[in-house]
Design a protein around this ligand. Structure first.
Ligand code: LLP
Length: 421
């Protein structure tokens, strides 16, 4: 079921037309469907629940909030019982402000600072996903200074090719993430020697926008071999965190069937008594959002047509950064003659495009919707060219809620200071 679809000529997010949303809140505007986000989370939950069956094993979804960390979304997911995968002190505080349960928070990332570690220890998070042997030492010190035992998992870099864009591949030996299988064994022994650390899990995350189960399977097999080896040495883990990475359909990708994926994972795990944690981000929010933008100018030359819109690379950097393709559709179907357009923003960079070579029938003033803009969109936006960041709105049936006000220009430089005269 699609929560963002056309009804007659008009594009709708649930029960409200995009035209209405743009009129009420202005553009550029991110609009999300609550039902879509909740359905995606629930289908993940159901797939894992079904694959694990009625046995004693449990699972926990820790939404990777880097994909979209708006407090309203955190709060919606917390109400469903979600946990959260965080990567900074800022994200920790967002979980708190959004009403999330700290006991369901896992903390990933290669560069956790001492103060972030202290903050997370004080908050009582579920687990630190450790990414290097140097981090083992630092966390042991910080936990000892706090007089607590830190629960840890080692992020294993299984050296598998996730077959995705190189910038979002994370499980190859060359990537900065995690610890190789060989070194991980030593890291667990080192953790076992520290009174202020307790190894409770093992994790991995091999990349993002994955559309095939096989890299997950290869990664898991490598992790399980290591788990078994550790068990023989008396190191018994409680959970296995499989990371996120499940791809969504931007164009014509065949995405993973979550039930098949969950079944494949639980088949590999077999009778081992391990709780399963997952960290999906994109697959929960990606297709639940659109970026609405208005065409300000049409520019035609002999061999090129440009539609200059009011959203730019500062609002959505994925096309510029990864050459990512996101569909761009008119908010209202029109009979205007179509042409091949590059849809570009007002920022002074040639990389400032939302889409290239799009067949569209446009008139100045028209509204366009960039689809699949729920993940890695607003959260990666910036103030480049002193552009205030867009507003965000959550649609719930026929109600819309402003969940982030449009940024005011004054706030962009409110914390800046002039030099003394
Ligand atoms: N867990 C860890 C440790 C991660 O680093 C990530 C994403 C996730 C979970 C969630 O992965 P997902 O389910 O969303 O694929 N900005 C890029 C994507 C970067 C992903 C970074 N890590 C993009 O726009 O495609």
């Amino acid at each position: 079921m699609s929560y963002i679809e056309r009804n007659g000529d008009e594009l709708y997010v649930e029960g409200i037309s995009c035209r209405q949303l743009a009129a009420d809140y202005g553009t550029p505007l991110f609009a999300y469907s609550r039902a879509s986000i909740e359905a995606a989370w629930k289908s993940f939950d159901a797939a894992l629940g079904a694959a694990l069956g009625a046995g004693s094993k449990s699972h926990l979804i820790c939404y990777a909030m880097k994909a979209n960390s708006n407090l309203a979304i955190i709060n919606m997911l917390a109400r469903l019982g979600s946990g959260f995968d965080i990567v900074s002190g800022g994200e920790l505080q967002r979980v708190r402000a959004g009403g999330g349960d700290m006991a369901k928070v896992v903390f990933s990332g290669v560069g956790k600072s001492r103060s972030e570690m202290a903050m997370a220890l004080e908050a009582g998070i579920r687990c630190f996903n450790i990414e290097s042997t140097a981090e083992v030492e630092v966390l042991a010190e910080v936990a000892a200074a706090h007089g607590v035992v830190a629960p840890v998992s080692v992020r294993v870099n299984p050296d598998v090719d996730a077959m995705t864009h190189p910038y979002i591949s994370t499980g190859l030996r060359d990537n900065k993430f995690g610890i190789s299988v060989e070194q991980a064994e030593a890291a667990y022994r080192c953790i076992a020697d520290k009174a202020s650390l307790k190894a409770i899990g093992m994790d991995c995350h091999i990349g993002s926008q994955l559309t095939d189960i096989s890299p997950y399977r290869s990664a898991l097999q490598r992790l399980l071999l290591l788990c078994d080896k550790l068990e023989q040495q008396g190191i018994n883990l409680h959970h296995l965190d499989l990371g996120g990475g499940q791809g969504i359909r931007y164009k014509d990708e065949t995405t993973l069937d979550l039930n098949d994926w969950a079944q494949a994972m639980t088949d590999e795990i077999g009778t081992r008594e391990l709780e399963i944690i997952v960290e999906p981000g994109r697959s929960i929010v990606g297709n639940a959002g659109v970026l609405l933008t208005q065409v300000n100018y049409l520019k035609h030359s002999d061999d090129k047509n440009f539609a200059v819109v009011d959203a730019a690379m500062n609002d959505l950097i994925r096309p510029a950064l990864y050459s990512a393709w996101q569909d761009i559709v008119p908010v209202r179907q029109s009979s205007t003659q179509t042409r091949l357009y590059d849809v570009v923003g007002p920022v002074c960079e040639s990389a400032d495009f939302l889409g290239k070579d799009r067949q569209l029938g446009l008139t100045s003033g028209d509204l366009l919707a960039v689809l699949s803009a729920g993940a890695y969109a607003f959260c990666m936006s910036s103030n480049y060219n002193s552009r205030p960041r867009a507003a965000e709105v959550m649609v719930d049936g026929t109600n819309a809620y402003l969940i982030r006000e449009r940024e005011q220009i004054e706030s962009l430089f409110a914390s800046e200071k002039l030099l003394p005269a």
